[in-house]
Design a protein around this ligand. Structure first.
Ligand code: ADP
Ligand code: ADP
Length: 226
């Protein structure tokens, strides 16, 4: 687990678009922080900078007390969950869960332990021998989350992970995410354009507009304000 701190962070894309403008945000150790705002407000860019998938144009990014501005994604001890799941179609669920750990040379018994634990947490035990093509959208999304969980990272980063699911599944998955977070307590940064999702999931919600942070507060104080 780790605190994530952004100080004066800018992102200017080649061509001159200022996608993120002087972002100052402290995400506490173990906190579930939601970045919310309309399409194009810069939330994805902010998340991708935390992940190291986009370079920071100005400012400082700290994860667990270390400045990580120039560190590649693999050296940041974070796990990202994508909207499109990014599963390997030719591998079984079990192999998908284990793959990232194999690459990192984690010992086999330890891989087996983590895969078993994640599968139990996510209700994936019946599907371990199946390939992604034989799963429903909700099951695939659970596998994507499982791949992040087995890494036992300092932080989870999630970019609209539920947006490809139908409304009923989204409600179920929100409940699952809340449970997982209660159980694991891992610092999480979660991007969505959906206010209901932001309210249900976030310990705190950061509202972005045109690349700027407008407000950051608990859902209750943000949305129940008179
Ligand atoms: P959001 O996730 O809130 O929809 P984005 O972070 O994707 O917003 O985009 C913020 C702004 O940056 C938008 O104006 C978008 O068009 C622009 N943008 C995003 N990615 C790129 C890119 N790779 N190159 C140039 N401009 C980009
Ligand atoms: P895992 O995250 O399970 O370890 P990989 O080992 O394949 O999966 O990922 C290696 C790196 O590639 C990670 O840092 C991850 O953030 C990045 N990555 C994985 N899938 C994607 C994707 N669809 N788009 C961009 N980057 C990705």
């Amino acid at each position: 687990m780790a605190e994530i701190v952004l100080e004066g962070v800018d992102k200017i894309y080649s061509g001159g678009v200022k996608a993120v403008d002087n972002l100052n945000l402290r995400i506490e150790d173990g906190e579930f922080m939601v970045l919310v705002g309309p399409s194009g407000c810069g939330k994805s860019t902010a998340l991708r900078m935390i992940a190291g998938l986009e370079e920071i144009s100005a400012g400082t990014l700290t994860i667990g007390g270390d400045i990580v501005n120039d560190r590649p994604p693999k050296d940041r001890d974070i796990a990202m969950v994508f909207q499109n799941y990014a599963l390997y179609p030719h591998m079984t669920v079990e192999q998908n869960l284990a793959f990232g750990l194999k690459l990192r040379k984690v010992a086999k018994p330890e891989i087996a332990r983590r895969v078993k634990e994640a599968a139990a947490m996510l209700g994936l035990e019946p599907y371990l021998k199946r390939k992604p093509g034989a799963l429903s959208g909700g099951q695939r999304q659970r596998v994507a989350m499982g791949r992040a969980i087995v890494r036992e990272p300092q932080a989870f980063l999630m970019d609209e992970p539920l947006s490809n699911l139908d409304a009923k599944l989204r409600v179920q998955m929100r409940a699952s995410l809340n449970q997982l977070h209660d159980r694991l307590g891992v610092t999480t940064v979660y991007v969505t354009h959906d206010q209901v999702e932001a309210m249900t999931l976030g310990d705190r919600v950061a509202v972005l507009r045109d690349g700027r942070l407008q407000q950051v507060d608990t859902p209750k104080r943000l949305f129940d304000a008179p």
